[in-house]
Design a protein around this ligand. Structure first.
Ligand code: ATP
Ligand code: MG
Length: 528
């Protein structure tokens, strides 16, 4: 296939769910050797488009998809793969407790020699060389769960490209693979994509990170409410223009003027003064990776925690919450939280927005209403009855305030797009107005308009609560926090305060002290 030839041609593509037109009349093409980015607000239809290509949902009439000139029949995952479409979904679908080699063998089975024996030496060598082709030096015996996010994404890409060895990959589709990656990890991912593009592969890249899109993509298609707004060359667009295209001019105006809308019932309405002067003290906290972490936060403060994969950042939220064993002490207003009792941590006033909503937070069988309110129902008790009406009022105010698209008070949470589910989780924690609020990757997968909104609400909550934010996004930390702890190899490597809290400084400190170079960093990670 020649660079520049159409690898994928889509016309008139549509998908309708009961009551929702998720995608409508979409025309888009991806050329060989091109990165074509697809962006849009939460619920705009990006993942639906990806699923359509994968044969996982039913197209409306008039949908036409051709791969390298061949027609792709509807709802046929096998044909999709045979014609050359390959996918890496946001959750990567890897098994953390298995080795790199085992993960690479997942979909085709490992090569066998003789009758049943696996030739591990050959398999490991093949795995190593596949990843080397992608620019990653990785020990094939390493467990996937121990790798950095960018290395894991490389394993997922290697696996996607390996499937169906008999037919060549023509278009690689990546759906929000960079979510929760730190800047250096994203840089490595983009490097890998550049290599793949140079081989003539077409790449369809779904992301919420506008800078990364402008840096990587040749062309950008913007979706809004399931309809294509524009397709343009990435080289002629600025980040601000892109943001306006995503949210629409009207919304953009609203955003600039700042939003005055208030969520429904405020906790302060209960008239309790328990919010004044929350104090959070952590002393000599240790877990699996983290050693001897101490810090304090008062209400009115937003403390950030930065650190690359393996720094221990991922472990901190659960340690603070008490859901994994810890050493050291955690105090709220002088009262020590008993270890291993997350339920009591909640009772003492701690709330957590966990990073992995699918396994930690969203309860798919319950409607939006219960997912949002189950952490605190007290405002809805009226003389012994649960007031479903006042609950509904507050839930719908949050839906409005965070623009949770597709959500209704009693609608299913499982049919919401990824970013919109994340908004429900954020609302669940924010509405409890906790004394200590811990947010782990709060805006992961969230569109540009809602990020601004969530940041505004976090600032508001911080007026009366102590807030701790764990984030891989150093810009996010720099814009919100008065103080940032940078973790490295399980310890607090640096503590930035006030005017020293800057994105570039955070990034430098996340890496400094290691071997310096990213590639060496990756090798030492692989040797673990
Ligand atoms: N199985 C389903 N049943 C009903 N509606 C659905 C289903 N899956 C998705 N939707 C709806 O289709 C719309 C598009 O969702 P989609 O997941 O494609 O959004 P997205 O652009 O990927 O958003 P995000 O950035 O949040 O991941 C949303 O309104 C969503 O609620
Ligand atoms: Mg999506």
């Amino acid at each position: 296939m020649q660079v520049g030839e159409a690898a994928l041609e889509v016309s008139g593509a549509g998908v309708t769910y009961p009551g929702v037109r998720a995608l409508q009349g979409l025309d888009i093409d991806v050329r060989a050797g091109e990165v074509h980015a697809v962006i849009g607000h939460n619920g705009s239809g990006k993942s639906t488009f990806v699923k359509l290509l994968a044969g996982q949902c039913r197209p409306t009439q008039g949908t036409r998809i051709r791969v390298a000139g061949e027609e792709l029949p509807p709802q046929s995952p096998l044909e999709s793969a045979r014609l050359g479409l390959r996918f890496v979904h946001q959750d990567l679908a890897l098994v953390p407790s298995q080795s790199v080699t085992e993960n690479l063998g997942l979909s085709v089975g490992l090569g066998v020699r003789g009758l049943k024996r696996i030739d591990w030496r050959a398999e490991h060598a093949a795995a190593r060389s596949r990843l080397a082709e992608l620019g990653y030096a990785v020990d094939p015996k390493a467990l996937v769960g121990e790798l950095s996010r960018s290395t894991r994404s490389a394993v997922a890409v290697a696996r996607a490209l390996r499937d169906f060895v008999g037919s060549p990959a023509r278009v690689l589709v990546l759906d929000e693979v960079s979510a929760a990656m730190t800047a250096p990890e994203i840089a490595r991912l983009l490097e890998m994509l550049a290599r793949l593009r140079a081989t003539g592969l077409g790449i369809l890249y779904v992301s919420h990170h506008l800078e990364e899109v402008l840096q990587t993509a040749d062309r950008v298609t913007v979706l809004r409410d399931g309809v294509r707004v524009t397709t343009s060359s990435a080289h002629t667009l600025t980040g601000a223009q892109l943001a306006d295209l995503i949210i629409g001019t009207e919304q953009a105006h609203k955003l600039r003027e700042g939003r005055a809308a208030e969520p429904g019932e405020r906790d302060l309405a209960t008239g309790q003064s328990r919010h004044t002067g929350a104090a959070f003290t952590v002393t000599a906290l240790s877990g699996q990776i983290l050693r001897d972490i101490s810090f304090q936060a008062r209400s009115g403060q937003i403390i950030g925690v930065a650190g690359i994969a393996g720094s221990g950042r991922e472990e901190l939220a659960e340690l603070l919450m008490g859901s994994v064993p810890r050493k050291g002490s955690v105090l709220i207003d002088g009262a020590e939280l008993p270890p291993s009792r997350p339920d009591l941590s909640v009772r003492y006033g701690m709330a957590l927005v966990p990073a992995d909503r699918s396994s930690n937070a969203v309860i798919p069988t319950l409607p939006v209403r219960d997912n949002m309110t189950l952490a605190r129902l007290s405002p809805f008790w009226r003389r012994g009855w649960l007031s479903r009406r006042s609950e509904a009022k507050e839930v719908s105010a949050w839906i409005e305030r965070l623009s949770i698209r597709g959500a209704t008070v009693d609608g299913a949470v499982s049919t919401l797009s990824g970013g919109n589910q994340q908004k429900v989780m954020v609302a669940r924690a924010l509405r409890t107005r906790p004394r200590v609020l811990i947010l782990d990757e709060p805006t992961q997968g969230i569109d540009v308009a809602a990020v601004a909104d969530i940041h505004a609400i976090i600032r508001e909550v911080a007026e009366t609560s102590a807030v701790i934010i764990l984030s891989s996004d150093s810009d996010e930390l720099a814009s919100l926090c008065s103080e940032v702890l940078v973790l490295r190899a399980g310890r607090v490597a640096a503590q930035l305060a006030d005017s020293d809290v800057m994105s570039a400084a955070i990034m430098r400190l996340e890496l400094a002290g290691g071997a310096g170079s990213l590639v060496q960093g990756a090798e030492s990670e692989a040797r673990q």
